[in-house]
Design a protein around this ligand. Structure first.
Ligand code: ATR
Length: 268
């Protein structure tokens, strides 16, 4: 059987094995998919060993997405734009690095939540690795404006500068994030650290959507605040399943149906 892994630290909590097992059953693909815990600093050795022993592909999660970028001999354009790799695939002669996070977010927003984002005002909270991976795909939706707001203003400015040629994007500090957004995406790690974000009044336009790229309990503080302010709120479980579906497509050449898998994970 073709072998796949998710590499991370920690990785015991990862739902990727369950998601890919469901994709495999649904598409009739015979694959084995397991978790691989790797120590910080040991990514390249562990990945080399996995592929040398016949492994076909890997998902890469925190904190190794930049290590995976360096490890990949060839990279897709969207991985290059993100500066990070979440999917490795054995290709003839070389290991390909891809990044399916942004595509996963966009697919959840548009196909699952039914949002039309062309001409809208989007706010992205955070300027770390998670935020960087989704800036290009969000700009590709042609919003009227994408504002990146970060606690450390300079990081937001740098990120906006890096994508200035890709659309209308501006980087600001939290104090200047503005108001009246149709979509607010939380890509900070504040809630996973138990440090709730204080959102200014007026942040959300009428009918706005709040989206947290984290899922489950970690997303609750942000989403509860957003609901109290009148926004529709979604956690990132759909993004998780959609980025996995993009990886599965890269590995197996088949795109799995995601709706039933998202529903099953929610129910579990
Ligand atoms: P990741 O890869 O998850 O994005 P990261 O690169 O460490 O991790 O980035 C974490 C992001 O969450 C940053 O935007 C960080 O803001 P700073 O650049 O100012 O550090 C943001 N963040 C973390 N804790 C936060 C908090 N309590 N309030 C606001 N932003 C926070």
């Amino acid at each position: 059987m073709d072998r796949y892994v998710v590499i991370g630290n920690p990785v015991a909590h990862s739902r990727s094995p369950e998601i890919h097992a469901r994709f495999a059953r649904q598409t009739g693909e015979a694959i084995a998919y397991e978790r691989l815990l790797v120590e910080p600093g040991d990514f390249a050795r562990a990945a080399r060993e996995f592929f040398a022993s016949g492994g076909r592909g890997a998902n890469v999660t925190l904190p190794f997405k930049v290590d995976a970028f360096a490890f990949a001999k060839e990279r897709t354009a969207r991985a290059g734009q993100a500066g990070a790799v979440n999917t490795l695939a054995m290709r003839v002669g070389a290991i390909l690095g891809d990044n399916t996070d942004g595509a996963g977010l966009v697919r959840d927003l548009t196909a699952n939540l039914g949002l039309t984002l062309a001409g809208t005002r989007i706010l992205l909270l955070g300027a770390g690795g998670a935020a960087r991976g989704v800036v290009g795909p969000l700009l590709a939706l042609s919003p009227a404006m994408l504002v990146i707001a970060n606690r450390t203003r300079e990081r937001a400015r740098e990120l906006a500068r890096a994508f200035g040629a890709a659309g209308r994007v501006e980087g600001v500090g939290f104090e200047a994030m503005g108001e009246g957004f149709d979509l607010v995406v939380n890509a900070t790690s504040a809630s996973t650290r138990g440090e709730p974000l204080a959102l200014p009044a007026g942040l959300f336009a009428r009918g706005a959507t709040a989206y947290d790229m984290a899922y489950g309990a970690a997303a609750l503080p942000f989403l509860e605040g957003a609901r109290a302010a009148g926004a529709r709120a979604s956690d990132g479980l759909g993004m998780l399943v959609e980025q996995a579906a993009e990886s599965f497509l890269l590995w197996r050449g088949k795109r799995p149906e995601t709706a039933a898998v998202i529903a099953a994970l929610r129910a579990a």
